[in-house]
Every structure is written in C-alpha cells, then in structure tokens.
Design a protein around this ligand. Sequence first.
Ligand code: ZN
Length: 482
Amino acid sequence: MRPDILCIYPNSIQKDGDSVFFMTKTEKGVMLGVSGPDMAAFDGEEVSRQGRAYKLCPLTVKNAGEIRKRFDFTNPKSHKGRSITLGLGDRLGLASGGHIRLLRGLDVFPVLAQQSMRELNLTGRTYEEVLADAVWAVFREGYTKGYGADGDHLKTHEEVKNALDCGYTMITLDCSEHIQNRFTSAPQSEVDAHYAALPADTIRALEKDYLGKTFPVDGELAIEFCPADFRRMVLIYLPAIGHVLSIYNELIKGIDVDFEVSIDETQSATLPAQHFFVANELIRQGVEITSLAPRFVGEFQKGIDYRGDVSDFERDFALHAKIADKFGYKVSVHSGSDKFSIFPAVGKLTKGRYHVKTAGTNWLEAVRVIAAHAPGLYREMHAFALENLPEARKYYHIVGEPANIPDIDSMTDAELPGLMDKDDSRQILHITYGLILQAKAEDGSPLFRDRIYEVLAQYEPEYFAALKTLFDRHLTTLGVEI
Ligand code: ZN
C-alpha cells in the first residue's frame, strides 16, 4: 500500500541543486521525501502526487549517509572552543528532536548521539544507527548550529576505532580497567614493594619531576606530592596513563576529535593530586585533552539527584575545576541526569565552561508518557521491570528497592505517572530499559518495543513537552538563561 503523507515537517524542507528534500509523517511512520535527480541515490518507494514524482524513503543508515553527503550541517562536529556542552544520550532515538527544539536558541552545544557499549548492547542498536537517528532529528528540525557524537565509555582500541569509523566526533576513553584500584587501600608495605619493582629509570624520572616540588594551580591552590602517597598514586594510575597514550597516539592524534579522559569509574573519589598527575603526564606527552571526568565525592546514581553532602561536593569540585582550568580542558560530569542540587556549583565553579553528560532520564520521561496514555502497557512494563530487576542490577548499582514501591494493582490509572516522581520506581524503570526493549514474546516478536515506539510516535508533542520541563530544569539550575 502506498504510504500517505499526513504532514510535512516545515523546518525539514531543503534544496540541493534541482532536488528537493523534506521529512514527512506517513502512515508508516516518519519518512524522508526526495524529488528530483537525487531520487536515484536513495532507497525508497517511488510515488507520485499531484503529478509530481518523488520517493518516500525509510530512515535507514544508508539514506542518512546520503543526506550527510549533501548537507554538511547533518554531520557531527567537534565542540572545541564551545563553553557549555551537554551530552544528551537518546536511548530510543526519539528524544533528539525535542532536545533540538529546546536548545535551538541557546548557546549550548548538544552532543546528540552519545552511547556507551553497554547501552548499545542493552538497546540492541549500533553506532551507525544511533548516529543516523541524530542525523534524522537534525535534518527534520533544520538544525544547522552543529552537534556532536560521543562514543561514550569506550575501553579498547577496537571500540574507539569502530566509533571513529562511524564518524563519531568525541571519544570518551574509559580507563577503569587499567586503574589499579586495589592499591587504593593496600597496606603501605605492599605498595612500597610493588613500587620498587617498577623499572628503575621510570621511578627515577617520575620522582625527579614530582617529589619536593610545588605545582601552583591558581592563586590559592598548589599541588604537592608526599612520597608515600606518590608511590601509591603511581601504582594506581601509571597503567591507565599508558593505556591512554597508546590509544591516543595510534587513533586520535592529528584528527579533529574531542578527546575525553574518563577516570570516574573508580572505588573512591579522585584526589586533586591524582587528577593533576594524570593530566600533567598526558599533556606533557602530547595528548590534547578536551575534557576529563574525575570521580567526585558523593554518589551519582542513575535517575535521581546527587546523594551526599552538597557543601563537600562544592569543595571537592572547586579543586577539580581549577586543575581543569589550568590545563585548559573542561571538567566533565558523568551520570549528570537530574543532579539538580549540585548543578549550581557546576555552573558557577567552572565559570560556565563544562561538559555534563545526561542520558537516561529522557527514557523515564518516555515511560511517564506511556503511563499517562497507555496505562495497560505501563502496567505490563512495570511488572516486567520488577521481575527482572536482579538481572539489571548486574549492570547498574542503585539504592531503589521494590519494597518501597506501592502495589500498582491497587493504584488507579491516573496515579501511574506519579511513579516517575518517586526515586525507587524511577531507578527501577531506569535500569531495566535494556531488558524492556529487548524482551521477546514466546513467538520471538518484541514484547514491548514496538508498542513503546507506537505510543511515543502518537504522543510526540506530550513527550517533547515532558522533555522540555526536564531539560529546562537542568539548564536553569546549571545557570543557563533560557
Ligand atoms: Zn562515567
């Protein structure tokens, strides 16, 4: 059956030579329309309307590639030199249009495509698909101010290479597997024994460079290294520094990519001296760092506000922000969704130069829309999430407990969206997203996925309105005037 055009997105209409492009809502979902000589390059179904031939094309990776060749604004870009950059991971590939609408008039650079390998595995998407979804959102909204694509929390040469080959413009290198956490709490005698086993010339060079010296950061802060702590720090971080150097020199050096060093996945907060040491070693060996993510004090749990003493955070964060500022890169805040109580400090102490990564809570806004408009589907998802929570907990650490969630059988439909305002239910729906999206019925068909996409397509204005409320709160608490 010929898909009927229901409406054309007005901001999507573009010309290239004699060809015209537009995006349109059809009975088969959103599609690309092409007329003119370029039709031949796109996969799709040829149709005619009011005497004019054109092609209706599905939003595939291949068609997105053709759009990227013709319209440079649809290609992701590096964000070097931009003060406020926000990672806006979009797990469903549906939120980016909403994000663009609310950021369009602001001096904020969006990193629209941002997924970790874990998220790719949990959602069953590829890097090509994640980027293509961002391309379509940018094209549909006619957004020409530039956006980024972040291969998030990548760990190996292969992962970094794959993201770069797909056109990603930001690489977040996760060093966690090379950070020797066990030395954080090891007895000093064990630390000293391992340290003494390092190559003598490495030790000599490092001690000459760091011990007995003062490194001024700004007028108030100076870094010094005491020998016992220094030995411990070298053991913890030296292999990670080596890992960064090897990946940087092989894959990143000389290309225009935003390079983020992530040392946040550790057991304890990164000490300012450790942050300084890692950055100083990398920079003096030629690494150009765009941003660095330390682990801050307190807990950054998924889907809920910061847990910890906000004034402790401010004191700790101020030191990391000063070190980042001295070296000229930005401090990066991970798991930044909904950390409203610390955002004022992030905005103020960085003097408005920061990278904040958010991701998961736009999924929770999608769940809220489902709870409001498809309560039956929500009830099924809720029961499934509770049942499969132990599996999700293997990937994500949360405090949320099923015992704190009211029994939904005794709740009215109208009460269901309110579950997205309570920490326990938020966290449980938050971390089970992958299991929900991948769940299969007995016949192998998706249990929830198609219905989720259908509801969100039908209620897109409601979804975008919910995203706006959420992100306006992020931006205003960060100190961005909206
Ligand atoms: Zn992280």
